[in-house]
Write a protein that binds this ligand. Structure first.
Ligand SMILES: Nc1ncnc2c1ncn2[C@@H]1O[C@H](COP(=O)(O)OP(=O)(O)OP(=O)(O)O)[C@@H](O)[C@H]1O
Ligand SMILES: [Mg+2]
Length: 491
């Protein structure tokens, strides 16, 4: 593994990396940073959560000349939340070098944006708003020496491909371009050959598309039993933070409401919510004020929240590639994660397609019983009790305790205390609208229709500032989850 200080980076960057807790490069960084520093164009493909942002961010920041006025680095990203998240990471990286990054996206005040554009060396923009600025001549791009396309395939899916071509054509030809994409469809290849300068390809994908620190499971289950199975699994896994994916906006709303009815702190996020609402839901989730985020697919891409320990595919995704991005919301930066996909009997073919794409077998998990779920909650209560005993000053309670023990059996007393501490989940009936199972046939049909704009960018965000050391090692998870049917390295 390579240390950052062997890459010839400047002191301010090294200091920032140290502050961020990055010690060793990830594989994509190890390969991309030197190429980027040498001025090569790069096409990068790497698994989810492996640090692509810093891979392009570090060389870009290194090349900024503080004597020059105007935008020098330009990143194009598919959604607002991703633009914000990337700009935040670049700001952390550029802090000591005095390099500032500005997120630019639709829906925010144009005038204020125009003023801010003058004071930032790097701009991270969504394609639509950037083109607006270009056409109105409110952004100057003559000084751009580095451009980045992040999640190029997603921008293609969202119908932005022509916009991107127009943007790249508006940039100085003497520039460096880095392009990141999970897949390389023809339209993206075309960009690489026509608008890039003999790019070097960096692929750090192993034969599998998913990172090995995510344990992947599925449960075979009838549609009408999905919800009870979900709550039972949640009770047993006790995730720090979990994301539940639903197929439609309506589905997301219904599942989020139903989880609340059962006593979970859950909220939904999808493209019909206002920008403000989406941001506030994500903020609550990052701060742990809600424990479960129920989301549609679009909300998934690029979202970097470090404490997501579990991803549940309440509905299996239509498109096998979405599966890779969905489960990639956990297991980030080498942490451990778990994914569980619900598959109705008629969707078994879809599961096979996913396994074929990811070249990874997904293990079957049995649906836990109500009793096992209760036991899960009871185990949590036991942990709480022991933690209380070890951590808190309980001296004031000891007299009452010994009085009680004179009168009653110790076992009965502890059992009663545990019962009070245990969340006894009533399986209150909830109603969800039924959905069509995915068939492999309509999966193909749907694919052709994806290349159009829509969906409303959503769902990306940044993670909490965190100055702990974060060595990029596999299995460095906090491991707080209670696993079901699996060995658990928890503490
Ligand atoms: N060298 C490193 N050491 C430790 N942590 C790192 C390192 N590089 C990046 N990270 C952290 O890993 C997380 C994931 O990084 P990032 O969001 O750039 O991944 P990504 O490859 O773009 O993922 P996705 O494909 O989902 O967009 C971030 O929280 C980032 O701060
Ligand atoms: Mg990313």
């Amino acid at each position: 593994m390579t240390k950052f200080n062997s890459l010839g980076l400047s002191d301010p960057i090294l200091k920032a990396l140290d502050h961020m807790g990055f010690e060793e490069t990830t594989p994509i960084q190890e390969q991309t940073i030197p190429l980027g520093m040498e001025g090569h164009d790069v096409i990068g493909q790497a698994q989810t959560g492996t640090g692509k942002t810093a891979a392009f961010g570090i060389p870009m920041i290194e090349k900024v000349d503080k004597q020059v006025r105007g935008v020098q680095g330009l990143v194009i990203a598919p959604t607002r939340e991703l633009a914000i998240q990337v700009a935040e990471e670049l700001n952390r990286l550029g802090k000591n070098a005095g390099v500032r990054s500005l997120p630019v996206y639709g829906g925010s005040n144009m005038e204020r944006q125009i003023r801010a554009l003058k004071n930032n060396e790097i701009v991270v923009a969504t394609p639509g708003r950037l083109l607006d600025h270009i056409r109105r001549k409110t952004i100057k791009l003559e000084q751009v020496h580095t451009s980045v396309l992040d999640e190029a395939d997603e921008m293609l899916n969202m119908g932005f491909i022509e916009d991107i071509r127009d943007i790249l054509k508006a940039l100085p030809t003497e520039r460096q371009t880095l392009l990141f994409s999970a897949t390389m469809p023809k339209e993206i290849r075309d960009i690489a050959t026509t608008l890039m300068n003999t790019p070097k390809e960096v692929k750090t994908k192993s034969k599998e598309m998913t990172v090995s620190n995510i344990d992947q499971y599925y449960v075979e289950i009838a549609e009408k039993h999905k919800f009870d199975a979900l709550t039972r699994l949640l009770d047993i896994h006790a995730p720090d933070l979990a994301i539940v994916f639903g197929r439609t906006k309506r589905r997301v709303d219904e599942v989020a409401d139903a989880l609340q009815v059962r006593g979970f702190r859950a909220e939904g996020i999808h493209g019909d919510l206002t920008q403000g609402k989406r941001m506030s839901v994500l903020k609550k989730f990052k701060e742990g004020r809600i424990e479960i985020l129920v989301a549609t697919d679009v909300a998934a891409r690029g979202l970097d929240i470090s404490d997501v320990t579990h991803v549940y595919n309440f509905d299996i995704p239509q498109d096998p590639e979405s599966y890779v991005h969905r489960i990639g919301r956990t297991g980030r930066a080498g942490r451990k994660g778990e994914s569980i996909s619900f598959v109705t009997p008629r969707e078994k073919d879809q599961l096979n397609l996913i396994e074929k794409l990811t070249k990874k077998k997904i293990e079957k998990l049995r649906v836990p019983s109500y009793k096992e779920a209760q036991k899960g909650q009871q185990d949590i209560a036991v942990t709480k009790l022991i933690e209380k005993m070890n951590a808190d000053d309980i001296n004031d309670y000891k007299q009452s305790a010994s009085d009680l023990m004179d009168q009653y059996e110790a076992q009965d007393l502890v059992a009663a205390a545990l019962k009070m501490l245990t969340k006894e989940r009533q399986e209150t009936p909830v109603r969800l609208s039924s959905v069509q199972p995915i068939s492999t046939r309509n999966a193909k049909g749907a694919k052709g229709g994806r290349h159009k704009r829509g969906g409303g960018g959503q769902g990306r965000t940044s993670q909490r500032g965190n100055s702990n050391k974060r060595p990029y090692n596999k299995g460095g998870n906090k491991g707080r989850s209670k696993n079901f049917n699996q060995n658990n390295k928890g503490k």
